[in-house]
Each structure stands twice: as structure tokens, then as C-alpha cells.
Design a protein around this ligand. Structure first.
Ligand SMILES: Cc1ncc(COP(=O)(O)O)c(C=O)c1O
Length: 413
């Protein structure tokens, strides 16, 4: 008698040709942190907010709306439209482009609810691959998943030199020089604010120069907006680049994430916006975007979209959300100065001014991969080997221990 599961001898060994794929750097750090039993471990890996007690945070306004949704007899589990909830899409447009922006009523913006910022990027680049082609210019460095998504979709990537390791700031001249050589019709992936991993953003004047070169070279802007609210602390100011490019008449694509600014990480809520040249074209773009979504995951899940739309469409909830977001961004900003002061107080070798100059969730510390390894192995501090530190993992209690560890690894250089 054949044993259950005994291999069918006629079938060749199907998956034996596979080699082990590399693990995702950020998830690997998250797991290593979880497995560490030390009481003094510090998690500076993942870009997820932690309270000053090192706890994950769920917005009160989100909890309240979740209850409301559970108790709402008018809701059911029927499929949503392929492009998601209409009130979600409308709310997202207003948040990004601004309440009184005439583009919203023009019908030229196509929006679809997506599975987080990652889902929006994937949908957007699938759409680009099918309907635009062109090389994609990607900042060096960028969020690692950008490279992986583009690779999977099969779009050619070219780096533009974004970060200057000497000044630990934005290298505007090198960026402009590179883009001015780009082939017409290329796509340029731009981080709207709080650049990941560097924490370095162009100034408003530098954005205008980037817009200029995009116009001259006929480049297509593809914005990634994952941190609205985290750079300056002001929702409107943080999306200056998107609003300015829209005002200047660009047709463009924007991938948006609510993971960080509403703390909805595992609900997977985001959006893709495509700003087109006319209402008529927008209708055609939407129909094609829906084809991309239908074949990827059919339609988005409802809960996250309902939470976001209730926040964006209700004045009271909106105010509560902004207040809570301010507390979060305020704590991160405070941690930057605390870290910098402690580094100075302990006379840690080097100049650490960039910690307070950079913005958003991350600081690109300038620590070498070896120093980062040493921080993890000897001091239970978890961060990316690129030297990227999530500021949201620093607290008033762990900052001293962190700085003492940095002092040791910097001296051992
Ligand atoms: C620059 C950038 N874009 C997009 C995302 C995607 O976020 P999510 O898919 O979690 O919404 C992230 C998340 O870390 C990010 O840092």
C-alpha cells in the first residue's frame, strides 16, 4: 500500500532547482530583535512608531472608529469596487492635493485604494510597465523595496546620486546633473518628504529646480508619499512637492501610504493617484488601472479604507487624528535633539549635527556596516547595516544606553 504523501515517481522533483532567496533586511532585523531575550534590547530597525514606553501605538481615533464599524448594521462583507471605496478615494485626494484644489473637481485625478504604500507602488509600476515603459530613475540610496518591486515588474532602474556622504545632506547639483542627462520619457521616483533611508529632503527651492529639469527633459514624476506629516509636522507643508508639480501642470503618479501617519500598518491601506491631462483620459486610465488591480488582488479589503474615510470625512475625527499625529511627530523630533545632546554630552567622536538636520522617521547616522553589526552583537541595538536608525524606537529611557554603545563602536573604528 502507498504511504500517504509518498512522492509520485513519475513526477520530477519540481522545486529542487530553487536556491534560497535572501531574507528581507528589515523583516530579518525585526525577527532578530524579537528573538533577543535581553531586557536592554533596542529596536531601531523597523519604521514603526513606538511610545516612550517602547510600545506600539494604536490611535485612539482609530479604536473609536473600529468600534463604530463593528456596531454598524448597515455594513456588510460584500466585495468593494475594484478601485475601493469612493469616499476613501475622495478623502485621499483632498488630503494630498488640498481641499480647494480645482484639480479635484476637474475629474483629471484617478484614484484607487491599494494595499498599503507597497501595494500602491506595485500597482503603479505595473501600470507604468504596461502603458508607459521608460527607465526608472531611483535615488541612491532608496527604500530597499523600491528596487525589488521594480525588479519584479521588469522595469530598468538607473540610480540618481541623491545623498552626499560628506555633508550628510541632499546633493542637489549631482541630482540635477544626472537628471538632465536622462532620456526623455523616463520616470523619476521621488520621495515626497522624510526620505527613507536618509531623512534628507530637497528644500522648496530645490524642488523647483527638480521640476524644471523634469520639464526640460520631459521626465515623468512618480512620487512615493509614505510619511505625510512626519517631516515638518505639518500635513500641508509636507506635500509641497506634489502640490507644486500639480500646479506646474505635470501629469504624474503618486503612491500613498497610511501605514505610518494613521498607524494602520497591518491593515494595509494606501492609494494610487494618477494625475492625467483631461477628464476623458482619466476615465480610460481608470479602466486600465482597474485591469491591473483585478488581476493582482481583485479589490481591496474594507476595514482600513473605512477607518481612513471616516477620519478624512468627519471634521471631529480629522481634528482628533491631527492632534494625535502631532504628539507622535513631536516625540520623534524631541528624540532627535535628545540623541544629539547625549552624543555631545558624552563627547562621542564625530560631528552629529545631521541628526537634527535630517527629518522624519529615520536618521542616516553615517555608522559603517561593521559598527552597526557591533551595535547589534555586543549591545543589543538593532538597526539597518546602512546605518539607518528609526528615531521612533529611541526613548527618553534608552537613549543613554544607546549613546554609550555608539561611543564604544565609534572608538573601535
Ligand atoms: C519610502 C516608503 N515607501 C513606501 C512604504 C510602504 O509602506 P506600506 O506598504 O507599509 O504602507 C514605506 C514603508 O516603510 C516606505 O518607507
Amino acid at each position: 500500500m502507498q504511504e500517504i504523501g509518498q512522492l509520485n515517481s513519475n513526477q520530477k522533483n519540481l522545486f529542487s532547482h530553487l536556491t534560497q532567496a535572501p531574507s528581507d533586511a528589515i523583516f530579518a532585523i525585526m525577527n532578530a530583535y524579537k528573538a533577543d531575550t535581553s531586557e536592554n534590547k533596542i529596536d531601531l530597525g523597523v519604521g514603526a512608531y513606538r511610545t516612550d514606553e517602547e510600545k506600539p501605538y494604536v490611535f485612539d481615533v482609530v479604536k473609536k472608529i473600529e468600534q463604530e464599524i463593528v456596531n454598524d448594521p448597515s455594513l456588510n462583507k460584500e466585495y468593494l469596487e475594484i478601485e475601493g471605496l469612493p469616499e476613501f478615494n475622495k478623502g485621499c485626494q483632498i488630503l494630498l492635493f488640498g481641499k480647494d484644489n480645482p484639480l479635484i473637481t476637474s475629474g483629471r485625478i484617478v484614484t484607487a485604494q491599494c494595499l498599503g504604500g507597497t501595494g500602491a507602488l506595485r500597482v503603479g509600476f505595473d501600470f507604468v510597465k504596461r502603458h508607459l515603459q521608460g527607465d526608472v530613475y531611483v535615488s541612491n540610496p532608496t527604500w530597499g523595496n523600491h528596487n525589488q518591486i521594480l525588479d519584479r515588474v521588469g522595469l530598468n532602474q538607473i540610480n540618481y546620486p541623491y545623498y552626499d556622504p560628506i555633508t550628510k545632506g541632499f546633493n542637489c547639483k549631482a541630482t540635477l546633473d544626472c537628471l538632465s542627462q536622462a532620456k526623455e520619457g523616463s520616470i523619476i521616483l521621488l520621495h515626497v518628504c522624510a526620505h527613507n533611508p536618509t531623512g534628507v529632503d530637497p528644500t522648496e527651492d530645490e524642488w523647483l529646480q527638480i521640476a524644471d529639469v523634469c520639464k526640460t527633459r520631459n521626465l515623468i514624476p512618480f512620487f512615493d508619499c509614505a510619511y505625510q506629516g512626519f517631516a515638518s509636522g505639518c500635513l500641508d507643508k509636507d506635500v509641497f512637492a506634489v502640490r507644486k508639480f500639480a500646479e506646474l501642470g505635470f501629469q504624474m503618479i503618486i503612491a500613498y501610504s497610511f501605514s505610518k501617519n494613521m498607524g494602520l500598518y497591518n491593515e494595509r491601506v494606501g492609494a494610487i493617484h494618477i494625475l492625467t491631462s483631461s477628464q476623458d483620459i482619466a476615465t480610460k486610465v481608470l479602466s486600465n488601472l482597474k485591469m491591473v488591480i483585478r488581476t493582482l488582488y481583485s479589490c481591496p479589503p474594507a476595514i482600513g479604507g473605512r477607518i481612513v474615510s471616516r477620519i478624512l470625512c468627519n471634521d471631529n475625527y480629522y481634528q482628533q487624528w491631527v492632534q494625535e499625529l502631532n504628539v507622535i511627530t513631536g516625540r520623534i523630533i524631541k528624540m532627535r535633539s535628545l540623541l544629539k545632546n547625549e552624543l555631545d554630552n558624552l563627547n562621542v567622536q564625530g560631528n552629529w549635527d545631521h541628526i537634527i538636520k535630517q527629518t522624519g522617521f529615520f536618521t542616516f547616522t553615517g555608522l559603517t556596516p561593521q559598527q552597526c553589526d557591533q551595535l547589534t552583537q555586543d549591545h543589543h541595538v538593532y538597526l539597518l547595516r546602512s546605518g539607518r536608525m528609526s528615531m521612533a524606537g529611541i526613548t527618553s529611557k534608552n537613549v543613554k544606553q544607546l549613546v554609550e554603545a555608539i561611543k564604544i563602536v565609534v572608538q573601535n573604528k
